[in-house]
Design a protein. Structure first.
Length: 358
């Protein structure tokens, strides 16, 4: 009896914690026109639960998938908006897609596979025209963050798939290299209407995942970057005996697989991996934000959720604009129908509103 009462109390406490944490995560930027919360409530109310349980299992087997899906979302949104153009294969005629641009060399194939598997699963459960590929990607990123220990937040939905991918030049232009300083980063993010708080919070994505030697080798060779902690540099040199060694290391040395605020503690100890990370603590404009997040994880989580929703709404295609719901995330529909895969960038444009009518 006593234990049942205790159990009930525990349950009540758990519910309280849940409801208070979800209300504290409620700070949200304005929702982009055409997107909404609960977009799938009628069409397929179980869509988000399907995504979550799929990822729960997949990430339990491979924690790296969480990092891979988070980074995929970032790359998709920074290049030509969150239109899932990152998922499109190149054309057999030789047209290179975003996937094939140099920054994507290190996007993990496990992330592309998980999105394809999820797309197929949702097709079976909800019908083919329900959840778009650019709707899937932010949901997968959100659940990945949460499953790795980070915040949960609501994702406004209703994006349509883009019909073409960006050029190689556009990719290089949109994604800042890891050698960027804060001035360059603020410039790149400013073009997307993201500010200094967004920059510091979103860079906190580097609390999970890995990086390969060529991404930071220039901070070790020919001479060690003086802002880098000497012990840390020594460790990195063991992993990367040469600037371009084909090897990798954790982005966050303290808790490599946990989504927490230790990345900011790394920065305060001069143990950030990239110049783009470490400069956040060197630059007077962003240093106070780094310090705040290092001592207050909930301040980080709150800003991260806010900034992710903002990032997830960059140039989305909705309602009256031109887009479609791709049947396969890697190929536009017309090419699937033609059956040859030799799709061209000039596609039959499906009117969004029309394609959404079920
Ligand atoms: C601010 C500018 C950014 C730069 C310069 C940058 C750069 C990089 C680089 C160079 C890598 C390692 C690639 C490799 O060598 O394997 C990386 C990995 C990663 N980045 Fe960023 N990034 C930035 C922003 C972001 C944002 C906004 C997010 C997400 C919110 C993010 C999430 C990740 C994740 C999760 C990984 C690990 C991926 C994996 O383990 O597969 N990054 N980033
Ligand atoms: C940032 O990098 C740019 C380009 O390399 C350089 O011109 C500028 O001086 C740097 N800014 C700071 C504050 O270091
Ligand atoms: C890769 O890194 C590990 C340590 O992280 C190191 O023991 C190994 O020697 C490195 N491999 C190469 C080829 O340098
Ligand atoms: C995951 C993926 O498609 N990666 C590609 C990145 O680009 C290179 C070419 O630059 C391709 O070989 C990879 O397959």
């Amino acid at each position: 009896m006593a234990s049942r009462a205790a159990g009930a109390l525990l349950l009540a406490a758990a519910l309280l914690v849940c409801s208070s944490s979800s209300s504290s995560a409620a700070r949200m930027p304005p929702i982009a026109k055409g997107l909404s919360l609960g977009y799938y409530d009628e069409r397929c109310p179980q869509a988000e639960a399907i995504v979550f349980s799929f990822l729960q299992e997949a990430i339990a087997k491979d924690v790296g998938l969480a990092a891979a899906l988070l980074r995929l979302h970032f790359h998709d949104c920074f290049v030509q908006g969150c239109d899932a153009s990152i998922l499109l294969d190149g054309t057999p005629a030789g047209g290179k897609s975003e996937k094939q641009a140099p920054p994507n060399l290190t996007l993990r194939s496990s992330a592309f596979k998980a999105v394809d598997d999820l797309r197929a699963l949702l097709d079976r459960e909800c019908g083919g025209t329900v959840l778009s590929c650019p709707g899937l990607v932010p949901l997968a990123a959100r659940d990945s963050v949460h499953l790795a220990g980070g915040p949960w937040y609501q994702v406004p939905l209703g994006r349509l798939d883009g019909l073409k991918f960006a050029s190689q030049e556009a990719v290089l232009d949109a994604l800042p290299p890891p050698s960027s300083n804060v001035t360059e980063l603020l410039q790149a993010l400013g073009k997307l209407k993201l500010d200094d708080n967004d920059l510091v919070a979103l860079s906190g994505g580097h609390t999970v995942g890995i990086a390969h030697c060529p991404s930071f080798g220039d901070r070790l060779y020919p001479k060690q970057d003086e802002t880098m902690d000497k012990w840390f540099a020594g460790q990195l040199k063991l992993t990367c005996p040469k600037k371009d060694t084909d090897n990798s290391t954790a982005n966050d040395i303290r808790t490599p697989d946990v989504f927490d605020n230790k990345y900011y503690v790394d920065l305060m100890n001069r143990q950030g991996l990239f110049t783009s990370d470490q400069d956040l603590y060197s630059d007077a404009r962003t240093k106070p934000i780094v310090t705040k997040f290092a001592v207050d994880q909930s301040a980080f989580f709150d800003q991260f959720a806010f900034s992710m929703v903002k990032m997830g709404q960059i140039e989305v295609l909705t309602g009256k604009q031109q887009g479609q719901i791709r049947k396969r995330c890697s190929v536009p529909n017309a090419a699937v129908a033609a059956g040859d895969g030799a799709w061209s960038v000039v596609e039959t444009v499906v009117d969004a509103a029309e394609s959404l009518v079920l």
